[in-house]
Design a protein around this ligand. Sequence first.
Ligand SMILES: *Cc1c(COP(=O)(O)O)cnc(C)c1O
Length: 385
Amino acid sequence: MKRETQLVRTQIPRSENREHSVPLYLTSSYTFDDADQMAAMFNEEQEGYIYSRYSNPNVTEFGEKVAQLEGTEASWVTASGMAAIFSTFGALLEMGDEILSVRSVFGSTHRLFTEIFPKWGIKTNYVAFDELDTWEDAITPETKILYLETPTNPGVDIIDLKAANAIAKKHNLIFIVDNCFATPINQCPVKFGADLVIHSATKYFDGQGRVMGGIILGSHELIHKIQGFARHTGPAISPFNAWVLSKSLETLEIRVERHNSNALEIAKRLESHSQVKSVKYPFLPSHPQYEIAIAQMTGGGGIVTFEIEGGLVRGKAFLNDLKLLSLTANLGDTRSIATHPASTTHSKLTESDRLKVGITEGLIRISVGLENVDDIWADIEQALN
Ligand SMILES: *Cc1c(COP(=O)(O)O)cnc(C)c1O
């Protein structure tokens, strides 16, 4: 089946009620026919359901659909994107191991690397996203994982997945990509050699700002290790959230296509506005890594950033003058959202640290939604003016 059909038609077997839409399995545990069957189920290799911290039919269905999309053997679903990221490192690293990561990672991932993992003797070496020739200098015998996001947040910089993978493979590192910004509709990192792919399902998978979720995708072998860690540490997603996410995947492709086309159009209009110093969008030919973007992505995604004339003061004034766009920390929603990273998500960083990850005082990030593009633009334009 083709991708759209898989997304709509993949579902767990129907119950004897022959429901069309999959029911919600709100149960914390499952029953057994007899003592022998129960004993067999506790053998870890056995397929089936025991307890919903381990697995649940709604969770299985959501995980299978995303594995099909990303082209991986297996998946493990968690309660949030951060639960997926923490479980992955927790399962794969030992005390004394090191992580090689690109500096511009999601804020909470940065906190894991700099504040939480050091408690267990796990160190992170940061490298610049566009200086791949320096990455090997940051690899030591203890380095076990290469971790990155592309497009990055909030800079929408693009990292060359094929070149990054070559470095990872040469040094025997597990190559992990947080693919949240692109979604598997626009980019499948496994095709470029990634060993594991991680998503915050809270963003485009739900796409309607309702539930939280996360997922890790990869080979049976790696996912089995993560599963062993996650089953006993408890980052399980609620069946309800998994059910919502699985239903949302039915419309993922058409939503992402519209996010892509609306965002490209907004990026083009911003580029020709006099109050805008610069615009960054992966599929604009002016993007510094445009060639890499079109080689590894099939769409530019829904996130556009731009630099407003006048810095911090004008950046805040722009947000205050918006009438349609929401001021909220989420992204990937049907509703367009504007944020000003320097005064919000990245306000705790010093100015020089902000600049290292490309956050200038006048940087605005727009998560372009599914409203009519002329309405989105009218709001942005009146606020700029
Ligand atoms: C939101 C986000 C996360 C964390 O996901 P949660 O579901 O909020 O825990 C991780 N990576 C990226 C790129 C994100 O945007």
